[in-house]
Design a binder for this molecule. Structure first.
Ligand code: HEM
Length: 447
């Protein structure tokens, strides 16, 4: 270990784990302020974690020296849910899957999904009523699940969609708990959480295998949805396609990676614009000028500049992926320190995005800050909501398009107000950064 790296004092056995668990975001942020470029944490007697806060060093981990790392413990545990798909696989297998799947996420391809996104937004509002209080986070989970399902399977699978949503939720909670615990209870031990987790996994498997089977049996070779593209994908070298297991893993991966992240982002957007009426007014003015009363389309997105700034600023303040972790596989030197195999490096978007070195009034919601050349002036890894390097989010354009279209569609029709004055919504950093206890808001119909 390196002598010059310091970190907050911890307890004899658990180290910093309890302080971390009590309030992870505050703990890592204050530790970063106190200890500089590299902060040392100990989670239990064996786990050593370094938080990196220098963008150049983050770049070395994610880009230049990425071959010395693998995904962090959390994502290794996530394999229990998503199998060995593109999010969790490593090395050659990852490269192969990434090449197979990349075309499905090309800009022209995903443009075709714009209509589905807007349609699902309109569908969601069908049971909304003026004046009612709703859990908007629940609604955002519902609509993003409907969108990912429809774009993946070409049609909405109404039956089973709620079950899938619930099962994914159970899976993610399980992963988050396991990732921040140093007692490793094997899945074979029938604890309550293990049993619940296995049950939810079975539900997911059943639903997804039956969808794959139905598509293979139907002889329907359409490639206008993600499932069609996965089934048609062939390896460039040996011409082989994916097995059902592999397709299942990729489908699950996209469900997990592409659903809650966007739902959280939408929830934070509605929370922030409710707190900032002047930003909301600018948004409404833009929607009126660019769209009038017609529904938005993909072609409108470039003109919806303020809408896009709100999305960018929300991803800064409440990055759905609030940290990226990597485990050292081979000794590697970064910033003059040698990191050893088994150690974890943590790079937190939440910490970097609220750093005074890069952002004026970092805790303030100011969408305009991104209007100029801010992104050119600050280092790349001072703003990285979608990660970076070869494992950058494959769905980043999909997500940005979905967020802009949903925001435009919904804000055209409804304004949302916090249901209680002075209501504070705490961010809860599980696998993703979600609003703790949901987001109850009162609806005001606009048109
Ligand atoms: C606002 C929404 C989203 C955010 C903030 C987000 C963020 C991220 C981040 C930070 C990573 C990199 C993780 C790492 O390096 O360890 C990632 C990877 C990934 N994301 Fe997203 N994501 C979002 C939406 C989506 C959507 C909509 C999809 C799919 C439709 C998606 C699919 C994926 C996949 C498959 C990976 C793994 C890529 C690889 O390892 O090659 N994401 N995402």
């Amino acid at each position: 270990m390196n002598e010059t790296i310091s970190g907050p004092k911890g307890l004899p056995i658990s180290g910093n784990l309890l302080s971390f668990r009590r309030n992870p975001l505050q703990f890592i942020r204050t530790s970063a302020k106190a200890h500089g470029d590299v902060v040392l944490f100990r989670f239990g007697p064996k786990r050593i974690i370094y938080l990196l806060t220098n963008p150049e060093q983050i770049k070395e981990v994610l880009v230049t020296k990425q071959a010395n790392f693998r995904k962090g413990k959390g994502l290794q545990i996530a394999r229990a849910v998503v199998g060995d798909g593109i999010l969790t696989s490593e090395g050659k297998k990852h490269l192969r899957q990434r090449r197979l799947m990349q075309p499905a996420f090309h800009r022209e391809r995903i443009a075709a999904y714009g209509e589905v996104m807007v349609r699902q937004g309109v569908e969601l509002m069908r049971d909304w009523k003026d004046g009612e209080v709703r859990d908007i986070h629940h609604d955002m989970m519902k609509v993003t699940l409907a969108i990912i399902t429809a774009t993946m399977f070409g049609k909405s699978i109404k039956e089973g969609a709620d079950e899938i949503g619930h099962a994914i939720d159970v899976g993610l909670k399980y992963v988050a708990n396991k990732a921040s615990s140093f007692i490793d209870i094997p899945l074979s031990v029938p604890t309550r959480s293990n049993r619940q987790f296995l049950e939810s996994n079975e539900t997911l498997d059943k639903t997804i295998f039956s969808l794959i089977e139905a598509r293979r049996n139907s002889g329907d070779l359409r490639q206008d949805d993600l499932l069609g593209m996965l089934l048609a994908a062939r390896d460039e070298e040996n011409g082989q396609g994916m097995t059902d297991e592999q397709v299942r893993d990729e489908v699950m991966t996209i469900f997990v990676a592409g659903h809650e992240t966007t739902a959280n982002t939408m929830s934070w957007i509605f929370y922030l614009i409710a707190l900032h009426p002047e930003a909301e007014q600018k948004l409404h003015d833009e929607l009126a000028t660019v769209l009038g009363d017609k529904l938005p389309t993909v072609e409108d997105i470039p003109q919806l500049t303020y809408t896009n700034l709100i999305v960018q600023e929300t991803l800064r303040l409440y990055p759905a992926a609030w940290t990226i972790n990597r485990e050292v596989v081979e000794e590697v030197e970064i910033g003059g320190h040698k990191y050893q195999p088994g150690e974890t490096l943590m790079m937190s978007q939440f910490v970097m995005h609220r750093d005074e070195r890069f952002y004026e009034n970092p805790d303030e919601f100011m969408p305009e800050r991104f209007a100029g050349d801010l992104l050119k002036r600050i280092p790349t890894f001072a703003y990285f909501p979608f990660g970076g390097g070869p494992r950058v989010c494959i769905g980043n354009n999909f997500a940005l398009m979905e967020a802009a279209l949903l925001l435009a569609t919904i804000a055209q029709r409804y304004r949302m107000r916090l249901s209680e004055a002075n209501q504070v919504v705490e961010p809860e950093p599980l696998v993703t950064l979600r609003p703790k206890n949901g987001l109850p808001m009162r609806l005001e119909k606009r048109m």
